[in-house]
Design a protein around this ligand. Structure first.
Ligand code: UFG
Length: 352
């Protein structure tokens, strides 16, 4: 009798309890990887593990760890030194807070990355995927933005940590010849897993558009403020490239495949991860109303400091090299975000 033992490849997901991290954990588990989540739970709840378990049937290994803590980080990575790669999501991400507490953002986001890179070198873990952001393009001169579009001075310390993070990785690639890395520049992730078992969990009053809309639809917020009606766009409101979080999560699986199979052309590659379509704030509100049948109370107010007028992706490079493209419509993004919010708030009525 012969026994076939299939050993799953291990991937470390830092920040894996967060919004994008948890959706990526699900996609990786469903693609056959063994997932280890590292998270300090500063902006996430441990019940996310139940959601991942309930969707996939697998409870990922969880290490509660703050990556700023050097010795503890080394110990956890040593334990998981058989990992073939790291997807580094762990970071603080509130733009406004980063302006008020720049030191906290630089310390947390940069030092944790430096520690991850040190561990990858020490334990010879070769593949890194870094969560970057379209914020590196600032207010672009030409749309859509490609990966060749020049980056601009960051609008916030948060944005600066993404730019510096990309630079830190490139510098490390010169020092660590085993390392290969891909930075994914995310556009605006929204929506939730179609099971509604995981989704976005903003603490307190949401900063971002979609959770503000879903909370307004449920009456948790009275009225949505639309920041700026005087932009040079078709209806005066700002344009973004909204991407379904599950599409975004799948881009990580494609990027990991490329690194793990050594099919990348350079030891460092950058990809825009967006749909290539820009929608105004009013278009998002109306898509939400169409998709859910819920009307949204809103008022136009002045621009929000630091916002750009318009940014959307040219994602051709990711389409071609990662064999990945965004599939979900804006309506699906809206309806999944709303279903998740209702489930989370416990107001979903059973369909009888
Ligand atoms: N908006 C409103 N009302 C709100 C919230 C947002 O009108 O209550 C508008 C914003 O002004 C903007 C659009 O909706 O025009 C999208 O705003 P989000 O806050 O949802 O997203 P941002 O584009 O500002 O930010 C996102 C990520 C950041 C990232 C940034 C880069 O959340 O992490 O993109 O541009 F840095």
């Amino acid at each position: 009798m012969s026994y076939l033992c299939i050993v799953k490849q291990k991937i470390i997901i830092t920040g894996g309890m967060g919004y994008i991290g948890s959706h990526t954990a699900v996609e990786l588990i469903e693609s056959g990887f063994a997932v280890v989540i590292i998270d300090n739970l500063s902006n996430a709840r441990e019940e996310v593990l139940d959601g991942i378990h309930s969707i996939t049937g697998v409870r990922p290994v969880f290490e509660k760890l703050d990556l700023v803590e050097h010795e503890k980080t080394l110990a956890v990575f040593e334990k998981h030194k058989d990992a073939i790669g790291v997807i580094h999501f762990a970071a603080l991400k509130a733009v406004g807070e980063s302006v008020a507490k720049p030191g906290l953002y630089f310390k947390n986001n940069i030092l944790s990355l430096v520690h991850v890179l040190e561990c990858m070198e020490r334990f010879q873990i070769p593949n890194l995927i870094f969560s970057s952001s379209c914020t590196v393009y600032g207010e672009p001169d030409k749309l859509p933005v490609t990966e060749e579009t020049p980056t601009k001075k960051a609008n916030s310390p948060y944005g600066a940590t993404k730019q510096i993070g990309e630079e830190v990785i490139q510098a490390e690639l010169h020092a660590n010849s085993q390392l290969k890395a891909i930075s994914l520049r995310y556009f605006n992730p929204v929506g939730a897993h179609n099971s509604a078992k995981i989704g976005e969990l903003p603490l307190g009053v949401p900063n971002n558009l979609m959770p503000y809309i879903t909370q307004t639809a449920l009456g948790i917020r009275e009225e949505l403020s639309v920041f700026g009606a005087d932009y040079n766009t078709k209806d005066g409101t700002a344009i973004r490239d909204y991407i379904h979080v599950v599409d975004l999560a799948k881009a990580h699986v494609s990027a990991l495949d490329r690194l793990a199979h050594d099919t990348q052309e350079k030891n460092y590659e950058i990809y825009n991860i967006g749909t290539g379509k820009g929608y105004t704030v009013l278009e998002v509100i109306h898509a939400f109303e169409r998709a859910t049948g819920q009307s949204i109370q809103y008022k136009m107010v002045t621009r929000r400091a630091g916002d750009v007028e318009a940014v959307y992706a040219n994602a051709n490079l990711a389409n071609e090299k990662l064999a990945w493209s965004a599939q979900e419509s804006l309506e699906t993004m809206c309806s999944s975000a709303y279903t998740w919010e209702k489930m989370y708030r416990g107001t979903e009525k059973s369909a009888t």
